[in-house]
Design a binder for this molecule. Structure first.
Ligand SMILES: [Zn+2]
Length: 227
């Protein structure tokens, strides 16, 4: 996941590129997409040693006029604000089936997900969801309604999912996908879904199929205990 401010580490969600700042995923954090912090304190004030502007040490303090602890550089004055990042994805339907991708990379390598990833600068949310679908599933998706929004507070992310569809069963594994496969609603591998937000999006997709679109699901991912 990339960071804000002066750092544009362009790894995508669910993690495509290697360069990350403070984003090594230890095994016990496998359930945390892109997570870099493990405690409430870290969520509020991510650990940082050096100023991204001048390279000198930062201190943690509440800047004047602010009400939160930030990483502040006393040398050049830069305040390193940290805000949630947006992950965009979509549940891709083909007729009665759903297209899932088996992840080829950590975290949660070997588990199934819908196409999703970090939104890039210069693109819209639907563009981001469609791009991720092209990259991860090699499919040309038609983006439909916005269906599910999940606050992943622990990982400092907001995951936003659309309904999507493909006209033809044309897809395949992208660089960081082991396998792409269509699943019938009864065959979704619930015990092998990569992230809680993906599960929520799939659940809502099925409810939309059943009852029609009744509104956006706005939910919060459960906090995962880090041992
Ligand atoms: Zn500085």
């Amino acid at each position: 996941m990339h960071r804000g401010g002066a750092h544009y580490n362009r790894s995508r969600i669910f993690y495509k590129r290697v360069h990350r700042e403070n984003h090594e995923f230890a095994a016990h954090r496998d359930l945390l997409p892109y997570a870099s912090g493990s405690s409430t304190n870290q969520i509020q004030r991510p650990s940082m040693d050096f100023c991204t502007n001048c390279g000198r040490n930062v201190v943690s303090e509440v800047p004047a006029g602010d009400n939160r602890v930030r990483n502040v550089c006393k040398h050049c004055g830069k305040i390193h604000y940290e805000n949630p990042r947006i992950v965009a994805g979509c549940v891709v339907a083909y007729q009665n089936s759903i297209l899932l991708c088996k992840r080829a990379i950590e975290p949660r390598s070997g588990y199934w997900t819908v196409p999703a990833g970090f939104m890039e600068n210069g693109e819209t949310l639907p563009d981001a969801a469609a791009r991720e679908t092209r990259e991860e599933a090699m499919a040309d998706v038609d983006i439909g309604v916005l269906s599910t929004i999940v606050d992943v507070i622990q990982a400092r992310q907001v995951h936003i999912f659309f309904e999507g569809s493909i006209a033809e069963p044309v897809f395949g594994p992208g660089d960081e996908t082991l396998e792409t496969r269509l699943f019938g609603p009864e065959d979704i591998p619930w015990s092998d879904i990569a992230f809680p937000s993906v599960r929520m999006a799939l659940e809502h997709h099925l409810s939309i199929r059943k009852s029609g679109f009744q509104g956006i699901r706005l939910d919060k991912a459960p906090e995962i205990k880090v041992i």
